[in-house]
Design a protein around this ligand. Structure first.
Ligand SMILES: [Zn+2]
Length: 468
């Protein structure tokens, strides 16, 4: 991608050209899941935005070091483990495993690091000690709090007015409302029935906000290029991360903050009580294709609310099918020998438009528009004089780019062992038919049908596809 990247930075509220601190290397921190339940599709929308971000950075020539934390200790995980009467580790292991399974199903690339909060307790304690040494904390009833009045920049990210902070008022819960700006807890005193660590701060456990600051700075350094999350992380979570980190180091914590908007379902807020709350499993059980789910969740630019509807999911499935059908049709049509009906230069224009859309604060809707315009041109050319080898090579490059960044091409580059086995059987059937061994050719067709593989005998050979 030659287009320079631009992002709308939540901190400056402006669209800015992107340049990493270290040329060519992006340090990216993404708030990961709190592993107390299965991720819902709103969470997954944010993780997919971060996947497209990561892939866009890579496609534009950057090396990416991404850290995604796993919050395996906070109010919610402790409550969940206690309700089931099992250890925090056993409880969170279950949801960490499920989380990675969901990422794989949705083709999300792995980050470089997935730190578990419970494995970074010494670094968290050390960060609180640094804050204490600089006069930003106080202790009350065995818990250590961050004193907001010592950090004048508090509120810059979320637009909170720091004057509304009542000095000395404290909050102990990990999550609270915007109206509730108070000194927040860094280290919580041990309570009966809760896990606790012995430390220089006394027996206790970290607050959720502290976890991210400590893991981000340990693994990525004191100043990061990009920090992402959902809009509901802006306050208090990210505001508190900035306060803790910058008060300790005296350096800017993050250059660019990116936040994904909410997902709503059929126009309503997603809520278990409304019966419109979906995990990935719920959708797979209803028979929806994971690639279509990915397509739908990436199709709306991350800064816009995404209205998830089942009509939208069917439309996404149709979009995927259109890509698959066009690529299959292309694969089984010999290249035009004379000049084809599609110019290689026109394909390059489509690739440039795809790249330009993503470079524009990840405008995925516009990039998908470029993909569909190209599909139309390809089909028109195949209906007419065909596509010559030079244009074919550019089309292959275009879909390699689409697969690398949006990853919504139904058949992935690099064929599976099963695909190879099917190809071998199809080739054997073709040979059997040539040799008039119809018993064998029918047996192969039946065997493939039993595996959900449909064969179409075309003038250019036999084409197969999976039954949808
Ligand atoms: Zn976080």
């Amino acid at each position: 991608m030659s287009e320079p990247l631009r992002f709308l930075n939540t901190l400056s509220r402006r669209t800015e050209p992107f340049e990493p601190i270290e040329p060519g290397h992006v340090r990216l921190y993404t708030c990961g899941p709190t592993v107390y339940d299965f991720a819902h599709i709103g969470n997954l929308r944010t993780f997919l935005f971060e996947d497209v971000l990561r892939r866009t950075l890579a496609a534009s020539g950057h090396r990416v070091t991404q850290v995604m934390n796993l919050t395996d200790i906070d109010d919610k995980t402790i409550r969940g483990a206690a309700a089931e009467g099992i250890s925090l580790r056993a409880y969170t292991d279950r949801y960490i495993e499920a989380f990675f399974a969901d990422l794989d199903t949705l083709r999300v690339e792995r980050a470089e690091h997935y730190p578990r909060a419970t494995e970074f307790i010494p670094q968290m304690v050390e960060l609180v000690e640094r804050l204490s040494a600089r006069g930003h904390t106080y202790v009350q009833d065995g818990s250590t709090y961050f004193r907001i009045s010592t950090f004048p920049a508090y509120g810059r990210l979320s637009g909170i007015d720091p004057d509304q902070v009542r000095p000395g008022a404290r909050v102990d819960s990990d999550e609270y409302e915007k109206e509730d700006v108070r000194d927040f807890v860094l280290w919580k005193a041990a309570k009966p029935g809760e896990p606790a660590w012995d430390s220089a701060l006394g027996p206790g456990r970290p607050g959720w906000h502290l976890e991210c600051s400590a893991m981000a700075m340990t693994l990525l350094g004191e100043s990061l290029d990009i920090h992402t999350g959902g809009v509901d992380n802006i306050f208090p979570h990210h505001e508190n991360e900035i306060a803790q980190s910058e008060a300790a180091t005296g350096k800017p914590f993050v250059r660019t903050w990116l936040h994904a908007e909410h997902l709503i379902v059929e126009g309503q807020k997603m809520a278990k009580s409304l019966g419109n709350f979906f995990t990935l499993r719920d959708l797979l059980e209803r028979g929806h294709d994971p690639v279509a789910i990915r397509y739908l969740l990436v199709s709306v630019p991350y800064r816009q609310k995404l209205n998830f509807t089942f009509d939208g999911l069917h439309a996404a499935a149709a979009g995927i099918e259109r890509i698959g059908n066009t690529l299959r049709r292309l694969a089984y049509t010999p290249a035009a020998t004379a000049d084809g009906a599609l110019a290689a230069a026109d394909v390059d224009v489509a690739i440039a438009e795809f790249d330009a859309a993503l470079a524009d604060d990840l405008n995925t809707a516009r990039s998908l528009g470029a993909v569909h315009s190209l599909l139309t041109r390809i089909n028109q050319a195949l209906d007419g004089a065909g596509i010559d080898a030079a244009a074919r090579a550019r089309v292959d490059a275009a879909f390699a780019r689409v697969a690398a960044v949006l990853d919504i091409v139904p058949v992935r580059a690099g064929r599976s062992a099963e695909d190879e086995a099917i190809d071998a059987l199809v080739a054997e059937r073709t040979a059997a038919r040539k040799g008039k061994d119809f018993a064998r050719s029918d047996a192969i067709r039946a065997e493939l049908a039993a595996r959900g593989i449909i064969l179409d005998d075309t003038p250019h050979g036999t084409v197969w596809h999976r039954k949808s």
